[in-house]
Design a protein around this ligand. Structure first.
Ligand code: ZN
Length: 182
């Protein structure tokens, strides 16, 4: 287990545009270790997605896995475990959908964010094979949130109404029907 400390908003590294991986780098043993650290860090933090800059590595890598067992997101269904290098997003359905997003780098807070509901993501997987997936709904928001970390963006930058930024322990959950993300 080598969970890393997760950087918080204010750390300048979270605002950098992360660098691409080369094919050789993706296949290196160093990167295999990094992927393990990412999963360990995500599990330790109880999140559903993590980008490499959040553990201090300014490189184009994110991992995402929705888990039914998550305590933070009780209604979620399991997803595949995604390891994503050098992603490119194409919007397929511009219809905006909103969720209350949270972020391991912005602990304790949630904010309402609207994003396109359907996207295609082209990326390289952990074997450096090109992949293209089309996703929608909640998973599309999770991908957009995580991949934003690779271009130095946080969800608060995407909020239209900063008045919806709230501390989790002050939110009245019964009145909020949308799912959460992080
Ligand atoms: Zn985040």
């Amino acid at each position: 287990m080598s969970a890393k400390e997760i950087l918080k908003m204010g750390n300048p590294l979270l605002r950098e545009v992360a660098e691409d991986f080369s094919i050789e780098e993706i296949k290196s043993s160093e990167t295999k270790e990094l992927i393990k650290d990412m999963w360990d860090s995500l599990e330790a933090a109880g999140g559903i997605g993590l980008a490499a800059p959040q553990i201090g590595i300014s490189k184009q890598l994110a991992v995402i896995r929705l888990s039914e067992e998550s305590e933070r997101y009780p209604d979620m269904e399991d997803s595949e475990a995604f390891v994503i290098f050098n992603p490119k997003i194409t919007v397929m359905d511009e219809t905006e959908q909103g969720f209350w997003e949270g972020c391991l780098s912005v602990p304790g807070l949630r904010g309402f964010v609207e994003r396109p509901r359907g996207i295609r993501v082209d990326f390289l997987d952990e074997n450096a094979e090109p992949k293209s997936i089309e996703i929608e709904d909640f998973l599309a928001t999770v991908f957009q949130h995580e991949l934003d970390h690779l271009i130095g963006k946080l969800y608060i930058d995407r909020m239209k109404d900063i008045g919806t930024l709230m501390f989790e322990d002050q939110m009245i959950f019964e009145e909020i029907e949308e799912e959460f993300v992080d």
